[in-house]
Write a protein that binds this ligand. Structure first.
Ligand SMILES: [Zn+2]
Length: 195
């Protein structure tokens, strides 16, 4: 298991075009010079495996993880890769009528030490729901691991181990310097490519 520095993770994410620089309209309507599309990393199984091994290498040595659990959809691929690196079982949660739950006969054994994995954590609302599900089932949520921590307060109460901390500034369109300079604006939903 090889550790990666935050600089190495940032470089890998940029090369995978998971982090783009340019002029973007976010779903909030605000503008930013940086856009994160973490799924681009997960297109590359070799890179995903390398990042998953870096997540495992960065966990405290006494974590003793028995099971990895991830919220669908964002956490599934990286969660599976982390479980593979740890050599443990993997389950995912999904929403049913709005409520997060473990379907498909997925179960958490009594007392199992569980690592919750997500691709990008901002407030961690979905992660907090998975932590709650694990506790309800009698498991022990030991920690949360993610590729990226977008910063800010978290909705869960176990330690977070992100590979990269990335706080991205955004601003209202009428105070956007890139708009003032006439730089082309891209909406992430569009199919146009951005640099
Ligand atoms: Zn702008």
């Amino acid at each position: 298991m090889h550790e990666m520095t935050e600089a190495e993770v940032l470089q890998a994410l940029k090369e995978a075009r998971a982090i783009l620089h340019g002029h973007f309209q976010l779903t909030s309507g605000r503008h930013s010079d940086t856009y994160v599309q973490c799924a681009r990393v997960l297109e590359d199984p070799t890179l995903t495996t390398r990042l998953a091994e870096a997540i495992v290498a960065a966990l405290p040595g006494d974590s003793g993880i028995d099971l990895v659990a991830a919220p669908a959809v964002g956490g599934i691929v990286i969660g599976f890769a982390v479980a593979q690196a740890l050599g443990v079982r993997f389950i995912f949660s999904e929403r049913e009528n709005g409520a997060m739950c473990f379907r498909r006969a997925f179960d958490v054994p009594e007392g199992a030490r569980v690592l919750v994995v997500e691709d990008v954590v901002t407030t961690g609302g979905s992660v907090a729901e998975v932590v709650g599900l694990v506790r309800e089932a009698g498991g022990v949520p030991v920690a949360v691991a993610s590729l990226i921590d977008r910063g800010g307060p978290k909705a869960f109460d176990v330690p977070l181990h992100p590979l990269l901390r990335l706080e991205v500034d955004s601003w209202e369109p009428d105070s956007c310097a890139l708009c003032a300079e006439g730089v082309g604006l891209y909406s992430p939903g569009s199919r146009r490519t951005a640099k």
